[in-house]
Design a protein around this ligand. Structure first.
Ligand SMILES: [Zn+2]
Length: 305
């Protein structure tokens, strides 16, 4: 194969993807995500240390895995509220493949003295929220944080809150410098009537020492190849979507939200030259020009008359 074609093939193979499948008997569903580029971008955008970045990556994977069973613009938001040096982790995935997220620290992480994810997040809450069509309010479930490694938390959440027996593996590899070099996750769920022993067997396979999703992807296996290795049954692919770090923020969006602050507050911002707006989800910075301030103030003037 010519070099150029080979490069394109490799690029397609390594592109971030989330795939969901259904077993041929219809009783087990699974999803798998490989999202190295998306979560690396999250790490860079938020300038995260390697522990925060690993946790955010795992949590973004978890959201993508759950979102792949939804449709269109439906989405999953996962939040961790902890008592440790990491105060809060937010991840969001739209069914169509957009992901974003951020981490809030109580203080800068002393990474040398953190030996587990539990050390980093402490105790607290794991919350999963599903925003779906035809429901006016989001569907939410909350459990206490388990190990804080997101995988145990997500599996426990499904077993406990939704009574769906589930197996989860989330994996992140880092360079010596602490940059994410590979990230992937898998979620397998038993539907009513499924063979629970089979699910347990799969769970112990993906939970075994030495099993690493990232190592499989590093061998250039496709997501389908990995599913074939992990799942001892025939299946059909029900969805296969590209996954990207993407945030829908824009200056116009910010401006429409600023209106709610009222004229006085906006005038104050203008006077103090506070014109920088930062998106918490993607860390993008926007700047209000004098024209933007004038436009906002005159809009408020008109609506108050
Ligand atoms: Zn944003």
């Amino acid at each position: 194969m010519p070099q150029k074609k080979q490069n394109i093939k490799k690029k397609l193979l390594t592109r971030d993807r989330t795939i969901s499948i259904l077993s041929s008997d219809g009783l087990i569903r699974a999803s798998i995500t490989k999202n190295t580029d998306s979560v690396s971008q999250a790490q860079k955008r938020h300038a995260l240390d390697y522990i925060s970045a690993s946790l955010l990556a795992r949590q973004i994977s978890a959201a993508s895995l759950c979102a792949s069973f939804l449709k269109g613009e439906e989405r999953i938001i996962i939040e961790i509220q902890g008592s440790g040096p990491i105060k809060y982790i937010y991840s969001e995935a739209l069914s169509i493949g957009e992901v974003r997220g951020f981490v809030e620290l109580r203080k800068k992480l002393d990474t040398e003295n953190i030996n587990s994810f539990r050390d980093a997040v402490g105790i607290g809450l794991f919350k999963l929220c599903r925003i779906v069509y035809n429901k006016n309010i989001p569907v939410e479930g909350i459990i206490p944080i388990q190990k804080g490694d997101i995988a145990s938390d997500l599996a426990h959440y499904f077993n406990q809150s939704e009574q769906i027996p589930s197996a989860v593996s989330l994996d992140v590899k880092l360079s010596d410098e602490g940059d994410i070099t590979q990230s992937a996750g898998i979620l397998i769920q038993a539907m009513p009537g499924a063979d629970i022993d089979l699910l347990k067997e799969i769970a112990s396979g993906i939970g075994a020492e030495g099993f690493s999703l990232c190592s499989l992807f590093a061998k250039d296996y496709s997501a389908e190849d990995v599913l074939n290795i992990v799942l001892p049954f025939d299946f059909s692919v029900t969805r296969n979507i590209q996954t990207d770090f993407f945030c829908r923020c824009s200056l116009e969006n910010f401006k429409s939200k600023l209106i709610a602050l009222g004229a006085q507050e906006i005038q104050d911002m203008k006077d103090k030259k506070q014109n920088e707006l930062v998106c918490r989800y993607c860390n993008e910075k926007y700047y209000l020009s004098d024209n933007d301030f004038t436009e906002l103030l005159s809009h408020l003037q008109v609506t108050s008359n």
